[in-house]
Design a protein around this ligand. Structure first.
Ligand code: MN3
Length: 209
């Protein structure tokens, strides 16, 4: 995630069918190779004529967007957000790990939400309540408390001073081929393929800071 211009589409660390039967191979392929690719292309195109922005990372682009020339603000917000959000989503999918969090993150989830099942319920409720397109995130706030938030379109929690730990893409393109309009089924399936080890590492890193 330390890339800067010119951004490239990082190949997935698993095959397109790795998340079967929870997410189908075709969805993974189109999601990564077409949807994410177009955010990358659009971001690179927007930045092309602004060499002063070429050393900035995605996070820096997202958090400093208000200081950029007005004519590119909207495109950077949308496309840098699109790249960041998708990278985050794809990097925390795993079909062979533990199905529930463990260690310090599990303790924090239990303390904050009551239990893992209550956490699942709350995250699902939030994910179903995203009107239109967006994401739901497990984040860490400034007081190092876990917080579930939703973002619309390609907004990110970074601009709200929240540190992302986990996200689910609830844009229709993330599930429509398999789950049709049933977002609820997609969310249930997604809970089977969360890379909890990765989420724990990120949580631990932020807690140490
Ligand atoms: Mn998507």
């Amino acid at each position: 995630m330390r890339q800067h211009y010119k951004f490239k589409n990082i190949p997935l660390p698993y095959s397109f069918d790795a998340m079967e039967p929870y997410i189908d191979a075709k969805t993974m392929e189109i999601h990564h190779d077409k949807h994410l690719q177009s955010y990358i292309n659009n971001l690179n195109k927007t930045l092309e004529d602004y060499p002063e922005l070429h050393d900035l990372t995605l996070e820096q682009l997202i958090c400093s967007v208000d200081m950029f020339p007005y004519e590119i603000q909207k495109s950077i917000k949308h496309n840098a957000g699109g790249v960041f959000n998708h990278n985050f989503y794809f990097s925390e999918l795993k079909n062979s790990g533990s199905k529930e969090p463990s260690g310090k993150l599990a303790e924090a989830i239990n303390t904050t939400f009551g239990s893992y099942l209550e956490f699942v319920k709350e995250l699902k409720r939030m994910a179903l309540s995203v009107f239109g397109s967006g994401y739901v995130w497990l984040t860490l706030d400034n007081d190092k408390h876990l917080k579930i938030v939703k973002t619309v379109n390609q907004d990110t929690p970074l601009t709200k001073n929240l540190k992302p730990i986990l996200n689910i893409d609830v844009w229709e393109h993330a599930y429509y081929l398999k789950h049709y309009n049933k977002r609820s089924d997609y969310i249930d399936d997604w809970f089977n393929i969360i890379d909890w080890d990765k989420a724990s590492q990120i949580y631990f890193k932020h807690m140490l800071q």
